[in-house]
Ligand binder design. Structure first.
Ligand code: PXL
Length: 256
């Protein structure tokens, strides 16, 4: 059976974070492995607290797991600290891990920062060069590229800038762009821009970024190309959004 590893934060609602990742891996028939990189106390309206996990313990989790099982693909989500990212960079090189998908998580959908100061710089400089795909949304892509993103032209420009940091493929998710009835995911492999278009669904949904990148990770584990995986992941997310559940008092949770 193919395996995928998520290195991410815990979200007790299961809408985002490593719980969502494992559900998505399972949906695609890929066996889910997980290393916890941070803990959050949260519900569908707020993140009330974050507990950092020391980088040494994250390294222990990874070393122990990877000495036994070699994942077919790896995804990172909320890593929270600079030390964790530096440790991870060492581990990924040391174990020569392939099919790395980086979701550069910055803030929760309810507006709380999910990273320490300086995280974006080390993420960009140390982890992006090791990655197959990065999947920033427009806010994350703005912060990482240092430019405002208001339309598809800006998405292209930002994707070009982010490609320079070394990922094989940049996918900027456009679900948060203002206006219009369509969504666009901008995929750039250094040569060609692919635009994956879809229909916008009204409302606020928790965990769409996590589920999208987890779907790509699962499909890469199964041997799909990045563009095929991205198209399939997008279809999956549209479906999950349509079927989202209002279980709590706040944001709707994807039904994955
Ligand atoms: O959606 C980004 C995200 C990632 N990881 C964890 C989260 C969230 C959003 O709340 O809680 C653990």
């Amino acid at each position: 059976m193919k395996t995928a590893l998520t290195i991410a934060g815990s979200d007790p609602t299961g809408g985002a974070g490593l719980q969502a990742d494992i559900k998505v891996f399972n949906h695609f028939g890929v066996y889910g492995l997980s290393v916890v990189a941070a803990l959050t106390a949260q519900n569908t309206t707020t993140v009330s607290s974050i507990l950092k996990i020391e980088a040494e313990f994250i390294e222990k989790q990874l070393d122990t797991l990877l000495n036994d099982i070699r994942p077919d693909a790896v995804k990172t989500g909320m890593l929270y600290s600079v030390d964790t990212i530096k440790t991870l960079s060492k581990i990924i090189k040391g174990y020569d891990l392939r099919n790395l998908v980086i979701d550069p998580v910055t803030i929760s959908s309810t507006g709380t920062s999910l990273m320490e100061q300086g995280v974006l710089d080390v993420l960009r400089d140390e982890l992006f060069p090791l990655s197959k795909v990065i999947t920033p949304n427009i806010y994350e892509a703005s912060a990482l590229s240092g430019m405002n993103i208001e339309n598809e032209d800006d998405m292209e420009k930002a994707a070009r800038k982010l490609k320079i940091f070394g990922p094989d493929t940049v996918i900027i998710t456009g679900g948060h762009l203002e206006g219009g009835k369509e969504t666009v995911e901008m995929v750039y492999d250094g040569q060609t821009f692919h635009r994956i278009r879809g229909r916008k669904t009204k409302g606020e949904y928790h965990g769409t970024g996590c589920a999208f990148s987890a779907a790509i990770t699962a499909l890469l584990a199964k041997g799909m190309s990045v563009i095929e995986a991205a198209r399939k992941a997008k279809e999956f997310i549209e479906f999950a959004i349509k079927d989202a559940q209002g279980i709590g008092k706040g944001m709707r949770l994807l039904n994955v």
